[in-house]
Design a binder for this molecule. Structure first.
Ligand code: 26Y
Length: 818
């Protein structure tokens, strides 16, 4: 069409394609008489965005009109994955997009390559936040996500000579039209400074925090459309901007470079995501990030609330704040500060409001991952908050002493402040005391919180603790990532499963249908071939799509035990070499995942896997039976490729350590069989897919504890299991690193002299035997496919729609607004 025939989008009697072309010219300023991939991509993004914005503004208006209670989901991490395909799907625009692209000799598959993935999270916790945002929009909830617009997401991982190398992830270098900057939504955030005291008219002592440094928080909104329901929510990501006045004052003083330097350091706050999900770094910048986004978010919430002209005690009737881990827990003293110092409420009234407003989700029991901050640091950076934390603690401990008179030890155990040479604030204790709900993320995890980690608090606040088993969104983790299977499901079940995943249970009636099983297998093979093509292209290794695809993808951690997996692979390798005529089902073992840059052991394990891969893949004796692949830079997009192509899902953490896991759910939903320990949500997956359709092995949580108490000696396993000994001795030699026999001595030592803290050797034999069973059963294709179908059929419960509904009923008391 000639240009003058296009109407401006908004009138909306235009097609998606027409709007995309319009945007190519008028928003991007590029010639739209021909399109390349990039122009088609950006044009489509803007056309889709227009449609979301219309719906979003209507939805916001409705929230105000209906006086809805709002949910604020505070998370330092979100991992939404690429947007285009999911947004088209949710808005029902896929066909229009295909038509448009087809007219220009392009396909959706090609142009989604243009999109870069926002890696604004480390792993499970960030991805969970995104699954929940998807479900909240699909359920039509008045909900807002809040976080940080990091300029650099989680590092890009490259593998060089087998080692992880971190590269910066400058995901915004081309800009992202999925993120709308809102330069007028701007709040000043204070750091450092001093606290003044004054007496109000009633003679009450008041506090006033002033001075210090100011940084501006600027809003950037990301939109989350519900699935075909006209509902659109948003995630507000704060970006640090220099505070005008500050820069100007130094500028006027003639210190030009100084003023620019100030500007640079202010912007540092939202520059980069901390790449660790195990041990907190304890850096001032991290605490600044936490306070920065929390303070801006509380301002935004209070700003909206004030428009309603309601008394303060209605704040918790109209709002609820869910804290994703303790990372945003500083919100509790921040809201106290606003209510006390700015709104001049009394302590009891303010505290009562806070305790009815906040709810806290715990995601980890690893003691080293529990956050604490030095009192000295908080005192300096947030002096008023430290006063408030002391006062919260003083009143709390007073109550504890009163109610537990005969337990003089209790107060120090539950105190918000840990004693010792350096006093520290325990953020989990702050979050528990300041919230009305504390939840774990799987049955076992919640049980462990109650029995061990927070046992003292269960007696003080018996009704506060509850479980919300995690879930995943079926839109991205089935409909979007597994198109062949989605077609097959919809053909047999209709398409309601997309928003009511329990429908999948009807698949159980189809397991005996030969034709259905055949189609099921074909879907799986299609997905496996697609993955094989990717591996060929990226790693240059040919893998057999009929081999067992055995996949372990997740962050590298000793407790997740990628080591157990690679030990088994080495023993398999040894066995094949010993029996060249062995009859076995060929296997492809696939790994992916990042190690925190400062976590040396995790990096050593990555190196070991790559060295074993190099040896195994080039050995002519084993090549046809065994391949080992490490896929670099595991992220959401790669997960979407892997999950539907996986036969065996490795979920093998030391029992008691994995709070829930959500990867386990994605694989089983797509018909993979799980080999796993009785840990986290694996247990609940087993209950729902049935004992015969999952391979659980190894010590359970109680046995891990008991063995540790008895005294665990890994040397015994080394001595008594010759196969295992051979494997360990190979690691402790130059077998995989010719000429260098100490490359893996850290690993060897950790497993033996180091006491094997994650009990890899204790579970080794059970793991190997379970793999033998898997290998046998896989060959019986009918049996295997039936099991695969039974997995998908049993996974309805693990929809994030179910999880979010449980949060609504059990914690948030919200009304859907659709
Ligand atoms: C304090 C800092 C070092 C830190 C940063 C990130 C601590 C923890 C994290 C992230 C933790 C995390 O991702 N936990 C995972 O949460 C998932 C969602 O609930 C669980 O499924 C998974 O088992 C748990 O490890």
């Amino acid at each position: 069409k000639p240009l003058d025939e296009f109407e401006a989008p908004g009138a909306r009697n235009s097609t998606l394609g027409e709007d995309a072309l319009w945007h190519v010219l008028y928003s991007l300023g590029q010639d739209n008489t021909y399109l390349n991939k990039r122009k088609a991509y950006w044009g489509l993004v803007l056309a889709v965005r227009d449609r979301m914005l219309e719906k979003w503004t209507a939805v916001q208006r409705k929230y105000y009109a209906n006086d809805d209670k709002r949910l604020y989901y505070l998370s330092l991490e979100f991992l939404p994955g690429k947007f285009l395909r999911g947004n088209l799907l949710a808005l029902g625009l896929e066909n229009e997009a295909h038509e448009f692209l087809h007219e220009h000799d392009l396909s959706l598959d090609e142009i989604v390559d243009e999109e870069c993935e926002p890696g604004l999270g480390n792993g499970g916790l960030g991805r969970l936040a995104s699954c929940y945002m998807d479900s909240m929009a699909t359920l039509g909830l008045p909900a807002y996500g809040y976080g940080i617009r990091y300029s650099y997401g989680l590092f890009r991982q490259e593998i060089r000579n087998g080692h992880q190398v971190e590269q910066p992830d400058n995901w915004l270098h081309e800009g992202s039209h999925w993120l709308i900057p809102r330069p007028h939504n701007l709040f000043p955030i204070r750091f450092y400074g001093t606290v003044n005291e004054w007496l109000d008219d009633d003679g009450m002592l008041r506090h006033d925090w002033r001075g210090g440094d100011l940084v501006m928080a600027m809003a950037n909104d990301m939109y989350v459309p519900g699935y075909r329901n006209g509902h659109v929510n948003s995630i507000r990501l704060w970006e640090a901007r220099p505070h005008k006045e500050f820069v100007l004052s130094s500028f006027n003083a003639g210190d030009y470079i100084g003023s620019v330097q100030e500007k640079i350091s202010d912007e540092n706050i939202s520059m980069v995501l901390y790449p660790s999900d195990d041990a907190p770094e304890g850096k001032t910048l991290r605490l600044k990030q936490q306070y920065f986004f929390v303070a801006a978010t509380m301002r935004d919430m209070v700003r909206r609330f004030k428009k309603l002209n309601k008394p303060w005690d209605q704040l918790p009737e109209k709002n609820v704040v869910q804290l994703n881990e303790t990372h945003p827990a500083i919100a509790i003293p921040e809201l106290m500060r606003m209510l006390l110092d700015e709104e001049l409420l009394g302590w009891e009234e303010a505290w009562c409001i806070c305790q009815k407003l906040f709810a806290y989700t715990n995601h980890t029991i690893l003691p080293e991952a529990l956050e604490t901050w030095p009192v000295k640091l908080i005192e300096r950076l947030l002096p008023r908050h430290m006063q408030i934390i002391y006062e919260i603690n003083r009143r709390f401990l007073e109550e504890v002493r009163l109610h537990f008179r005969d337990e003089p030890e209790l107060p120090s155990r539950v105190s918000l402040i840990s004693a010792g040479p350096e006093q520290r604030v325990r953020m989990s204790h702050l979050a528990i005391v300041g919230s009305f709900s504390v939840n774990g993320v799987s049955s076992l995890h919640t049980q462990i919180l109650k029995d061990r980690v927070f046992h003292d608090f269960i007696r003080i606040f018996p009704d506060r603790f509850n479980n919300k088993t995690n879930g995943i969104t079926p839109r991205r983790w089935l409909r979007q990532c597994n198109v062949p299977l989605s077609w097959l499901l919809s053909e047999h079940l209709g398409c309601n499963w997309i928003t009511d995943l329990t429908q999948l249970k009807k698949l159980r009636e189809l397991v005996d249908d030969v034709e259905f099983r055949h189609d099921w297998e074909q879907c799986r093979l299609t997905n496996k071939k697609r993955l094989a093509d990717y591996i060929e292209k990226v790693n240059g290794i040919t893998v057999n799509p009929h081999s067992i695809f055995d996949v372990q993808v997740k962050r590298f951690h000793e407790y997740k035990r990628q080591l157990l997996n690679i030990l088994h692979i080495i023993s398999l390798y040894n066995n094949i070499r010993r029996n060249p005529d062995v009859k076995m089902q060929p296997c492809t073992f696939i790994f992916g995942g990042k190690a925190a840059p400062s976590y040396q052991m995790a990096k050593d394990i990555i190196y070991l896997i790559n060295c074993v891969a190099r040896r195994v893949n080039s050995d002519p004796h084993t090549r046809n039976f065994l391949k080992v692949i490490f896929l670099a830079n595991y992220n959401v997009s790669l997960a979407q490729l892997l999950v539907p192509a996986t036969d065996v899902s490795e979920q093998i953490s030391t029992a008691g350590y994995e709070a829930s896991g959500t990867g386990n759910m994605k694989f089983a939903l797509n018909g993979a069989l799980t080999i796993g320990t009785r840990d986290g949500a694996n247990i609940e997956i087993g209950e729902r897919v049935g004992d015969g359709n999952i391979y659980l092995f190894g010590l359970c949580e109680k046995e891990v504890l008991a063995l540790r108490r008895r005294g665990y000696d890994p040397w015994e396993f080394y001595k008594n299991d010759s196969e295992l000994r051979e494997v360990l001795d190979m690691i402790n030699s130059d077998q995989f690193t010719p000429g260098d026999s100490t490359a893996f001595s850290s690993i060897f030592n950790s497993l033996l002299t180091g006491g094997d803290p994650f009990m890899v050797l204790a579970d080794y034999r059970a793991y190997v035997e379970t793999h033998k069973r898997i290998s046998h059963e896989y060959v019986d294709r009918d049996l295997w496919i039936k099991k695969s179908i039974m997995n998908t059929a049993g996974m309805g419960y693990f929809s994030s729609d179910r999880a979010v509904k449980e949060y609504i009923d059990g914690i948030w008391s919200l009304e859907p607004d659709v």
